[in-house]
Design a protein around this ligand. Structure first.
Ligand code: DQA
Length: 143
């Protein structure tokens, strides 16, 4: 089994960026824990601050992974191009947010990409990524 995690803009600063919202843990630290928890799954990781690079990655991996876990960061709320990329590939995508976007500013309450995704997980801190992996595992079992 192979899952692709894609993090969008500013998520390279996890642990430093607004720790009261996104926590103090670094991504590298969390990813290690996640990979150890699922030794049977190959978890690939990609981060970019650039919209086009995120789209390139979705196109590159979107036909042969078992799932994409995507935190598109602020592009969630704006990017038709990322929505189109998600819809253009066959691998199911799960939209993930660390914070509960529904409890935040008005502009974060709308997601441009949700309609292309299998589901949305938001508000569980970094554990949102694990919950997305679980959703992909369950989906795979019941397929
Ligand atoms: C985020 C929420 C977005 O609104 C924000 O722009 C981010 C992170 C989250 O994980 O909670 O960069 O996707």
């Amino acid at each position: 089994m192979r899952i692709q995690i894609i993090n969008g803009p500013n998520l390279n600063l996890l642990g430093i960026r607004e720790p009261e919202i996104y926590g103090k843990r670094t991504w590298e630290d969390y990813l290690k824990v996640l990979r150890n928890r699922y030794p049977q799954i190959r978890i690939d990781y990609f981060q970019s601050n650039l919209e086009g690079e995120i789209i390139n990655k979705i196109q590159e991996v979107g036909f042969d992974r078992d799932g994409i876990v995507l935190n598109a960061g602020a592009y969630t709320h704006t990017s038709v191009a990322i929505l189109d990329a998600i819809r253009s590939v066959t691998t199911p995508t799960i939209e993930v947010h660390i914070s509960n976007v529904q409890q935040r500013e008005e502009f974060r309450r709308y997601s441009m990409i949700s309609s292309g995704c299998m589901g949305v997980i938001s508000g569980f801190g970094l554990d949102s990524y694990r919950l997305a992996v679980e959703a992909i595992l369950t989906n795979n079992r019941t397929e």
